[in-house]
Write a new protein. Structure first.
Length: 122
């Protein structure tokens, strides 16, 4: 019988947790975790899922699609309008790599700490 486990948090390594949390807070509207500080910041989802950002000295951003520094994982966010969401995220500080494998269905963006993430049509 499998363990009864519930995913409670996803944590991303970065150099500046408060700045990366601010980017994702502006992008998602999630509430900041009340015990966030310089070395760890978090955002609380309504379903109890915490997205955390932890400071790692010597952090090296993933290189997507190149695997010199592999992405290891990425987050996907469902949106109503890809163009509108992309424009807003770029305003907030995301980057958009040239390599877009299926731009009609999803977009690959890069957060300010270098993590690839996708926006997908809801």
């Amino acid at each position: 019988m499998p363990l009864q486990m519930t995913l409670s948090a996803i944590t991303l390594d970065c150099l500046n947790p408060p700045a990366l949390a601010a980017f994702y807070q502006q992008a998602t509207g999630l509430e900041p975790h009340p015990k966030s500080h310089a070395d760890f910041a978090g955002l609380n989802g309504a379903d109890g899922l915490l997205i955390g950002f932890q400071r790692v000295d010597g952090y090296r951003a993933p290189r997507w699609p190149d695997q010199t520094v592999p992405q290891q994982f990425h987050l996907d966010f469902a949106v109503e309008d890809l163009d509108e969401a992309e424009a807003r995220l770029l305003e907030l500080g995301a980057g958009k790599p040239a390599h877009q494998p299926n731009e009609d269905r999803w977009r690959v963006l890069i957060d300010p700490a270098g993590h690839p993430f996708c926006i997908v049509r809801r």
